[in-house]
Design a protein around this ligand. Structure first.
Ligand code: NAP
Length: 418
């Protein structure tokens, strides 16, 4: 395929996908990268160097294809999200991006939401695990080893809402009160109203992905997190559809916690994934008090937002927390943090979150040896006390490095460890 304003690297090959949605990955894939806004220009290029070092150390090569969104795209294309960028990610299947500032004004409410919608990236996956040497506010951060699957396309994030004072919102109020019988609930006076769609389709594909992940990665459990005690027909239905997937689609490989208690003493075989559910408020305290009991979590958009940040805080915060968005046969890796504009161009912020997002990408490519190398090299660097400002300020006797110096240390460690 041809592109007007970006270069397709010569020599690289395209990743393809089998009929079952599994990626078929050459040893020299073309991978699009968006550096992103703000600190993206500091962390994007150095992340590239680290991931390339891990690829080369394991006998492969990434052919980077730089594509644009946000400020850099406005300069090059005079628009925020050029078609070429979306086309490149669709065509090449796997990509990585830095943070994008949400522009104020018309167009997409957020470029990130826009990209996820256009590419149908329905699962936001955030692994949270502790690396030796990373300071944490909890006593035993090593107990945290969870992967959150957050539904990315529906819930109150769907953007179906009406502003107070408009004719539209009054029409909706009238419909809800007069036609649907919800009287004496909405207080008189101005009101904003939003709709929370939770579909069977959206729920089941998310829960399937979480269970598949648990089976593939030898995880013990998948926990459906919801507020179904209050929102019975949305969050409660999410739980019920989630259990339907567990009970109807996986045979002996998956068992629900209730069945486990009915049939045995609550102990599952090692190779079986147990599916249970927890109410969201309880879950937020359980991740602090019973951290090691949780493994993979599947939840809706808003709960997932709260939960994954709470988990991230326990393992070192935004400079560390990685993420990725999955669609069918497609992945866009991205750190959890934003563009931190006040640090832009200072070669200062921690690139670990983007580097570890790249680790998720390497795992998706099936390059587990390269992915492990990245993790081990990051851990080695941090535990030797060589860190960026965000960790240095929390540690005694650490050496503060610029983002690029830190990334060089990680590359050196990749070379030493391989
Ligand atoms: P932010 O960019 O995540 O930054 C908030 C604070 O988090 C920073 O001031 C810094 O704290 C810390 N931080 C963030 N990234 C860090 C890193 N790599 N290393 C060390 N510390 C880091 O959040 P924001 O200021 O609310 O958002 C800025 C813009 O980013 C907004 O336009 C927002 O819409 C956008 N955003 C984009 C994404 C995305 O692209 N996926 C996600 C979230 C937000 P200290 O100052 O305390 O050091």
């Amino acid at each position: 395929m041809t592109y007007d304003k970006v270069d397709v690297p010569e020599g690289g090959e395209q990743i393809t996908v089998t009929d079952d949605g599994e990626p078929e990955v050459p040893d020299n894939p073309i991978i699009p990268i968006i550096y992103g806004d703000g600190v993206g220009k500091d962390i994007g290029p150095v992340t590239q160097d680290v991931l390339q070092a891990a690829a080369k150390a394991t006998g492969r090569e990434i052919n980077w294809m730089r594509v644009y969104a946000g400020e850099s795209a406005r300069k090059k294309y005079d628009e925020n999200l050029p078609d070429e960028t979306v086309k490149a990610i669709k065509e090449h299947r796997v990509a990585i991006k830095g943070p994008l500032t949400t522009p104020v004004g018309a167009g997409f409410r957020s470029l990130n939401v826009g990209l996820r919608k256009l590419l149908d990236l329905y699962a936001n996956v955030r692994p949270t695990y502790h690396l030796n040497g990373v300071p944490s506010p909890v006593k035993e951060p090593e107990q945290m080893d969870m992967v959150t699957f957050r539904e990315n396309t529906e819930d109150v994030y769907a953007g179906i809402e009406w502003k107070a004072g408009t004719d539209d919102v009054e029409e909706v109020r009238e419909f809800v009160e007069d036609e649907m019988g919800a009287t004496d609930i909405i207080h008189d006076g101005p009101v904003g109203i939003g709709i929370k769609p939770i579909t069977e389709f959206g729920t089941k594909r998310l829960v399937r992905r979480a269970i598949d992940y648990a089976l593939e990665h030898d995880r013990d459990s998948v926990t459906l997190v919801h507020k179904g005690n209050i929102m019975k027909f949305t969050e409660g239905q999410f739980r019920d559809w989630g259990y339907e997937v567990a009970e109807e689609e996986y045979g002996d490989e998956v068992i629900t916690e209730d069945t486990l208690w009915e049939e045995s003493d609550g102990e599952a075989d090692d190779d079986v994934v147990v599916v249970n559910d927890r109410i969201a408020d309880n879950m937020l305290q359980q991740i602090l008090t019973r951290t090691d009991e949780y493994d993979v979590v599947a939840t809706m958009n808003l709960n997932g937002d709260y939960m994954s940040d709470a988990c991230g805080a326990q393992i070192g915060g935004l400079g560390i927390a990685p993420g990725a968005n999955f669609g069918d046969g497609r992945l866009l890796a991205e750190p959890v943090h934003g563009s931190a504009p006040k640090y832009a161009g200072q070669d200062k912020v921690n690139p670990t979150a983007m580097i570890l997002s790249g680790r998720i990408m390497l795992e998706y490519l099936g390059w587990n040896d390269a992915a492990d190398l990245v993790r081990d090299a990051v851990e080695e660097t941090i535990s030797s006390g060589k860190v960026t400002y965000d960790l240095e300020r929390q540690l005694d006797d650490a050496e503060k490095l610029a983002a690029s110096e830190y990334a060089k240390e990680v590359v050196n460690n990749i070379e030493k460890l391989s």
